[in-house]
Ligand binder design. Sequence first.
Ligand code: GDP
Length: 363
Amino acid sequence: MKLGIVGLPNVGKSTLFNAVTKAGAESANYPFCTIDPNVGVVSVPDERLDVLREIYDSKKLVPTAIEFYDIAGLVKGASKGEGLGNKFLSHIREVEAIVHVVRCFEDPNVVHVDGSVGPLRDIETINLELIFSDIEIIDRRLMKAKKLLKSDKSLKAEVELLERIKEVLENGQSARVLDLTDDEKEMVKGFNLLSYKPIIYVSNVSEDDLISGEENDMVKEVKEHAKTEDAEVVIVCAKIEEEISQLEDDEKAEFLEELGLSESGLDRLIQAGYRLLGLMSFLTAGPQEVRAWTIKIGTKAPQAAGKIHTDMERGFIRAETIAFNDLVETGSMAAAKEKGLVRLEGKDYVVKDGDVIIFRFNV
Ligand code: GDP
């Protein structure tokens, strides 16, 4: 999963990104991840892996990971090429979801680019840049599709959809607000619009507000807006996240408890990403390693196997599957087999969250 962190200057993006890189996952485990100073890789916390490690006495534990892209440099006018404008926008095009950091803290020492703190105005400023860029894309597509429509009537649906999107965008709204059928959703995905990407708003609040747990008016503003877009809101204090990221696991738990928090903001952000993108994890386990793998909800067994290796998808025979809880209750794969709890699933099996799987395949 790739998430892109965006936001106006001085809202706390770098602070949050620092927390991400410091919390950083062991890079040796993720050779597929880009090595780039603007990319931070964090592992997805999953307590089930610790339990499996006990059962299998595994040497290694490999959580699944998320890549955060630091997409700094967005300013008003980016869509017209100001600042790092276009480069910035092309980076957003590559991520699966946007993490939009919004300043919800007052601090006279931290200047705001617009002179005062105003979450809704900030959200609009950034969203408008994405919308402007989308209008260009839609206009181009619309021109082409209309021309072709004369000889190819099958393009009628596309033209109608493009016109609907254009109207919404010109109204200053993100394409996200559109109510679409499944077919239309598929079509829009092909347009790769920035304002259609799933979005999480991160309300960056002060230390005091985070600890008191009280929602300030700025956070309420962000939440109101998020509702209109079906977006998630995660409340964090970037400064506290940065502190947490420097602690070892046991210290981290202690520190969170002292603050009266059950989870770090980063962990909540990761969960929000999972929810928003419809993701889940399945698990593999053995004496060498226990490991979590991220897939979309609804993924079938062969494609899940393909996450591990393309050969496993190509030569897929079956998936020996057990639910995590069944495995824990019986204590071992052998005991679970005796009780008939290990299922032999075929190519149409839809993998469930927490399935522990051994794939059988032809090489
Ligand atoms: P960026 O420009 O969006 O990357 O913002 P930075 O992360 O550099 O933060 C800008 C300033 O705001 C820095 O001085 C940070 O220390 C400060 N800052 C960031 N997050 C918080 C926060 O949660 N509370 C307070 N009080 N200050 C913060």
